[in-house]
Design a protein around this ligand. Structure first.
Ligand code: F6R
Length: 271
């Protein structure tokens, strides 16, 4: 695992978007694993700008989202399909047939989960998996005690997750209690993982995820097992990292990061 610390949310999101863009340019048929949530909105905004201003081409890209609520139709404004159409799919040249989310309305949810795993395999596996992290440490909806080898399945949301998402649903009572989520094992099979977290409310969980012991209580700690996982945080989210100076040194000195050190001129990524 490597941790990259950027000064603020905008530069963290810009770095994540530039890493995605680089992979997509190198492989236009990239299989991209996607996440939803507040953190990702800034990344999708920049990718949309890159599509408009720099011709970033999504026409051959295939996507698989991490999760979807059980019981919400795709046209429900709270569903993750709706979120993805609004923030990303509807604003770039991706073929809707190449975009995949679990179907939370399936009659047979277990069959839907198995089918989702098979679809990922048929596409050759996920090349780059984008991840956020919940305040209690989940990736996707892999709540406490999610097995480190778990596959796509239905998971009951923990009280902490219900609380975290309550504002979207007009209070905790409106939050669906179950979701389909890729498993921790599914996520660990992707060729590269890219986790982004920003803001002071994520500082504690980022310290646990990056530097703490691996535990099924905090599914993000499993990413320490991944051979190619990059965690991008802003300074407030990095506040509790013990080896922060070492991570800063790596970004400033290692050749891999050279092209990403200066922020590009505004025209290249902002309109
Ligand atoms: C959603 C997902 C979740 C979020 C996490 C952080 O698809 O995978 O794990 O990434 O809950 O959410 P925000 O960014 O809203 O803090």
């Amino acid at each position: 695992m490597e941790a990259i610390i950027r000064p603020d949310q905008d530069s963290a999101a810009l770095l994540v978007a530039r890493l995605i863009a680089k992979e997509l340019r190198a492989n236009p048929s990239l299989v991209l694993g996607l996440a939803t949530g507040r953190t990702m909105e800034s990344v999708y905004r920049i990718l949309v700008r890159m599509h408009r201003n720099d011709h970033l081409d999504f026409s051959l890209c295939r996507t698989f989202n991490l999760d979807e609520y059980v019981g919400l139709p795709p046209n429900d404004p709270h569903s993750y399909r709706f979120y993805m159409n609004r923030h990303f799919f509807g604003q770039v040249n991706i073929d809707p047939r190449n975009t995949h989310l679990p179907n939370g309305l399936a009659d047979d949810l277990d069959a839907e989960c198995r089918d989702y795993e098979e679809k990922i395999l048929r596409c050759g596996g996920i090349d780059l998996q984008l991840l956020g992290i919940g305040q209690a440490g989940h990736i996707g909806f892999n709540e406490p005690l999610s097995a480190l080898r778990s596959r796509t399945r239905v998971k009951a949301l923990s009280p902490a997750t219900v609380e975290q998402n309550a504002s979207f649903f007009g209070g905790p009572a409106g939050v669906p209690r179950r979701a389909i989520t890729m498993g921790v094992g599914t996520i660990l099979e992707s060729r590269r993982c890219l986790l982004m977290a920003t803001g002071p409310t994520k500082a504690e969980v980022i310290a646990k995820a990056v530097e703490g012991p691996i535990t099924a209580m905090i599914s993000a700690t499993a990413l320490q097992l991944h051979p190619r996982c990059t965690v991008v945080v802003d300074e407030p989210a990095a506040a509790k990292l013990q080896a922060a100076d070492y991570y800063r040194w790596i970004f400033q000195n290692e050749p891999e990061w050279e092209e990403f050190r200066p922020d590009p001129p505004p025209s290249a990524s902002h309109s």
